[in-house]
Ligand binder design. Structure first.
Ligand SMILES: Nc1ncnc2c1ncn2[C@@H]1O[C@H](COP(=O)(O)OP(=O)(O)OP(=O)(O)O)[C@@H](O)[C@H]1O
Length: 627
């Protein structure tokens, strides 16, 4: 580890991930090279905001230069572009930590994706390997910096080829803050001109809360090209769609347009402004449990933190800013987290986001459908975790069902279309949407016109277990216990399922149960099947089978409970088995019993329980059938 009293120049290798990233940056062609400037401006703005926050405790840090700003200077002759700030700056250790490593979760996965994609500009912006994107346009980058309150200044320099140097900086170092000098490569000379810089700042950087000055040529006076006014503090009427879109891109790191923009000011007991967005495409690593939220907390325009939980976990796709007028500025992060004011803000913001989503669902169902498509799987986590908002979430949820496999059904629609005597909301859980649609479990429900929710997101198996019901109707799994469908009248044209099994069928079922032994809890006649001969269900008190499989996949299930094999007593195959059994062909019926069990497992997406036994039985049956 370097220490600040080292004064000699030192060359160090980049961490392996950084080298790999730089290699990709230098050797791939990225269409959106402009983002390098957005990233450098964002870093400079962060540095200014960090200093502004520290200066609240220690005003001396601002010295005689209290106006925080970013200065971008072009030099067409020297072919350089410089981004400077008078923010917090870095000392030697900071430099080595910040500009030699990538301290972010998911880096490896990101690099793999980046390597596979022809054009990874969008990924880069989202992942926030910000600084390193400078090497898309520069063949050497110098960072000269002095930390606020310290006397030493440092120069970091690299050509992006595997190592960097750090040495004490000369007299030209900034009095405070950081200067990043890009020595532009052959293909990037346009960025040494003021026009290109101004265009990019307008497109990507105009919303940063620090003013930006441009120096077009050495010796020219700086000209202000962005005012640094906080967009969220402006009245709605003064903000254009374009401003919103730019700001959205800068807070979310995304390149799409927001699907929903929410801008309001809360007054009353607590005063705060919120500008928040729902993206139109899912952000990278949405399901990464370590993913940082994208909501920034400000107090009276001063940046406080971007990693405080301002929204419930299931709203983690929302990005934006909350600016409180009431939180004291001098609180530590821990005290802020626990402050009752923040508690009230959290609740207010989450409720408002929720009601905005409800409004969109009501008024503009097509736009809402897109939001659901992108984030439904995350929103459903709320059904499990966010008990307080569960009723509202039931209004937001949309489902694929047996009657509407294309999706988009609300629970309100489901209960409006309940069949006579239908007392439950039926569902089928699994991990594969296509298989759910084709499941034999649905046959008896179809015959009676009963709609079944098809739940194929991992979180589904969890919330259905804890949800009491919707409008007085409990949720019930079609794979659990005996489906009491008898009271629901048959749909028009549907054949009546076999009533009681005949005596020979009952006898063969008893034989099958004896032979299947430990593999099943029971073998019994079914009323839920129409076309298929058999299916597996959970015993009456047993857990849902889909849930069991998901728990097993996460290593959270010690022992699976035994399933019940349900047999369709009206099926021709079953009738024929009864006949063969009557003729004493016990071995053939035993083979059939095991094959039916494996067939039912296959319909649930499971492999045969005993592959060798399965192969031997299938072989015997095929030989016999083929003579
Ligand atoms: N102008 C600057 N002033 C002070 N520190 C800086 C500056 N630029 C970069 N840094 C430091 O370098 C680190 C790495 O920057 P980089 O842009 O690669 O990622 P990041 O800013 O941390 O991530 P994100 O882009 O997601 O916010 C920053 O966290 C910061 O500590």
């Amino acid at each position: 580890m370097a220490t600040t009293d080292q004064t000699r120049a030192e060359s160090r290798p980049f961490e392996a991930d950084v080298s790999r990233l730089l290699h990709l940056m230098v050797h791939s062609v990225y269409s959106e090279r402009d983002i390098f400037l957005r990233e450098l401006v964002a870093n400079a703005a962060d540095a200014c905001e960090k200093l502004r926050t520290l200066a609240l405790q220690d005003h001396a840090l601002l010295g005689n230069d209290p106006d925080l700003r970013i200065t971008i200077a072009a030099d067409p002759d020297a072919k350089t572009l410089t981004v400077a700030d008078n923010g917090i700056g870095m000392n030697r250790d900071d430099l080595a930590d910040a500009l030699g490593t990538i301290a972010r979760s998911g880096t490896r996965a990101f690099l793999d994706q980046l390597g596979e994609q022809g054009d990874g500009s969008r990924l880069i912006g989202q992942f926030g390997v910000g600084f390193y994107s400078a090497f898309m346009v520069a063949d050497r980058v110098d960072v000269v910096t002095r930390k606020a309150g310290e006397s030493a200044a440092w120069r970091w320099s690299s050509d992006g080829q595997g190592s960097y140097t750090i040495e004490p900086a000369g007299d030209d170092a900034p009095a405070r803050g950081t200067r990043v000098v890009l020595h532009l490569n052959e293909q990037s000379q346009e960025f040494a001109g003021g026009a290109a810089v101004e265009r990019i700042v307008r497109e990507h950087g105009s919303a940063v809360p620090v003013p930006i000055d441009l120096v077009e040529k050495p010796g020219e006076a700086p000209r202000r090209i962005a005012d640094g006014a906080a967009i969220w503090a402006k009245p709605k009427s003064e903000v254009s769609e374009e401003d919103y879109a730019n700001f959205y891109q800068s807070v979310s790191g995304q390149f799409d347009a927001p699907a929903l923009t929410m801008h309001w000011r809360a007054e009353g007991r607590h005063e705060y402004s919120v500008l928040a967005f729902v993206p139109s495409t899912p952000p990278l690593a949405l399901f990464d449990p370590l993913r940082k939220g994208r909501m920034k907390l400000y107090v009276r325009r001063i940046f406080i933190a971007d990693d405080i939980d301002l929204l419930p976990g299931w709203m983690r796709f929302v990005s934006g800013v909350v600016d409180s007028a009431d939180l004291p500025l001098n609180l530590s992060r821990e005290t802020i987290q626990e402050s009752p004011i923040l508690g009230a803000i959290r609740k207010g913001v989450a409720n408002r986001v929720m009601s905005e989503l409800e409004k969109l669902a009501d008024k503009e169902p097509e736009r809402y459908a897109k939001v659901w498509e992108a984030f439904g799987a995350v929103i459903k986590e709320g059904l499990y975790e966010d008990y307080e908002r569960r009723d509202g979430l039931f209004k937001l949820a949309r489902f694929a069902t047996s009657a509407h496999p294309e999706g988009g059904r609300s629970l309100a629609q489901y209960v409006t279309d309940l069949r006579p005597n239908q007392t439950a909301i039926w569902y089928l859980v699994g991990d594969d949407a296509a298989r759910l649609k084709a499941s034999p479990h649905l046959e008896g429900f179809r015959a009676r016109g009963v709609e079944v929710l098809l739940l194929s997101d991992p979180v589904d198996a969890f919330w259905v277990q804890t949800a009491v019901g919707y409008e007085g109707k409990p949720f019930r799994s079609v794979t659990q216990g005996a489906a009491d469908l008898d009271a629901v009248p048959l749909a028009e044209g549907a054949a009546a399922p076999a009533a009681e099994p005949s005596a020979p069928v009952a006898t063969v079922l008893a034989f099958m149960k004896e032979k299947l032994g430990d593999a099943v809890a029971d073998v019994r006649p079914s009323t839920r099947l129409a076309e298929s001969p058999a299916c597996l269900v959970a015993a009456e008190a047993g857990p849902d089978r889909g849930l069991e499989r998901i728990l097993a996949a996460h290593g959270r299930l010690k022992e699976a409970s035994k399933p019940v094999l349900e047999i369709n007593p009206g099926h021709a195959l079953v009738a024929s088995l009864a006949e063969h059994f009557g003729r004493g062909e016990r071995d053939a019926v035993e083979d059939a019993a095991f094959l039916l069990l494996d067939q039912a497992r296959a319909a649930d997406g499971l492999p045969p329980a005993d592959p060798a036994g399965f192969a031997a039985r299938l072989d015997r049956v095929l030989r016999k059938a083929l003579g």
